[in-house]
Design a protein around this ligand. Structure first.
Ligand code: COA
Length: 332
């Protein structure tokens, strides 16, 4: 089996910024509550005519440029999203067409906030076996399009964005281990109830706001803290590493209190964690690749660093990997 790594990263955020002060004018909330309960200060919001594929294409272009390969060397495109442009065709097909990569196999992957981890785990298998050489994995969301903007419990938490990674074979380093998991018994804790074959769109589903995101916040919080610890320990054990071997942990960016609780349980310093949720909120599958891209471009992550990426979310799903970084950073 070949060793596989991330050889290029990219990200794209929509221009419009929605601050906590803006939200104070929309629902009964305030900056102090949002910051103290979540750590979020602002988030980016797609415009009316912007869809997930628009953000994904921009992030994908940057990741391909950072990888230094030609787009005709990409064999596979996976788009992880819960906010596809349409139920079908797959958003990955739209991205493939817009990027001009007709030779690539393409598909969407639905694993909510764990989507990017499921995506890189899947893509890396194709490369490790030799079936493909390069894959583009994009986590993208326009969560603003499925949020109920009258519901203060949820609308303050989410944002829009896209993060991308090109995967390819490497001599040494790269992915050391993966852990993927799911607990379908918790599927009702985080969902978009209508618009599928269970509850097709009807005047009633629209009236009842069933085309918007529904979440049981406290239950998801407890689940998140638990699996961040267990999934991290599982990938470390598979890679033959200890907690203290981690240089950086790139967590899903849902809530600063989830990250702080996990840091405490893992006995890791807060500096080990790459955090950007104050500026973006929770962007589901886009959160981890955007945080990774920023840390690479700023030069914070260096060649040889041992990274753990860990995600959790709707499904319920979780995933983690150990990745020994192989790509020169500091592009910005
Ligand atoms: N502004 C002001 N008050 C708010 C509010 C808001 N935006 N949202 C909720 N509240 C109120 C609630 O109505 C409640 O009031 P009450 O006590 O009078 O009923 C109070 O704040 C506390 O609500 P609670 O749900 O206990 O808050 P919490 O500390 O659990 O924080 C979340 C709520 C959603 C921030 C937290 O549960 C969370 O982050 N959960 C995980 C969510 C998540 O990350 N999901 C995605 C995972 S991928």
């Amino acid at each position: 089996m070949r060793s596989v790594s991330i050889i290029g990263t990219g990200s794209h955020l929509p221009d419009r910024v929605l601050t906590n002060a803006d939200l104070e004018k929309m629902v009964d909330t305030n900056d102090e509550w949002i910051v103290s309960r979540t750590g979020i200060r602002e988030r980016h919001i797609a415009s009316e005519d912007e869809a997930s594929s628009d953000l994904a294409v921009r992030a994908g272009e940057k990741a391909i440029a950072a990888a230094g390969i030609n787009k005709d060397e990409i064999d596979l495109i996976i788009v992880a999203t819960v906010t596809p442009d349409t139920m079908f065709p797959a958003t990955a097909c739209l991205v493939q067409d817009r990027l001009g990569i007709p030779q690539a196999a393409t598909f969407d992957l639905s694993a909510a906030c764990t989507g990017f981890l499921y995506g890189i785990a899947t893509a890396s298998q194709f490369i490790a076996t030799g079936m493909y050489t390069h894959a583009l994995v994009i986590g993208v969301e326009c969560l603003s399009k499925i949020v109920n903007w009258d519901d203060r419990d949820t609308c303050v938490l989410f944002g829009d964005g896209a993060g991308a990674a090109v995967l390819g074979p490497v001599e040494t380093g790269g992915f050391q281990s993966f852990e993927l998991g799911a607990d379908g018994a918790g599927s009702n804790l985080l969902s978009l109830p209508a618009g599928g074959s269970r509850l097709p769109a009807s005047p009633l589903t629209v009236e009842k706001q069933l085309h918007t995101l529904h979440m049981a916040g406290r239950e998801v919080f407890k689940f998140a803290v638990r699996v961040m610890e267990s999934a991290t320990d599982a990938v470390l054990e598979k890679a033959g590493l200890k907690r203290e071997d981690i240089d950086f942990l790139v967590p899903h960016q849902a809530n600063i209190r989830i990250i702080e609780s996990a840091a405490k349980r893992l006995g890791l310093s807060r500096d080990t964690f790459i955090v950007n949720l104050d500026r973006y909120g929770n962007m589901s599958s886009a959160s981890i690749p955007i945080a990774l891209d920023e840390a690479v471009r700023s030069g914070r992550i260096q060649v040889g660093d041992q990274l753990v990426l860990v995600g959790f979310g709707g499904g319920l799903t979780w995933g983690a990997c150990v990745l020994q970084w192989t790509m020169e950073g500091g592009a910005d």
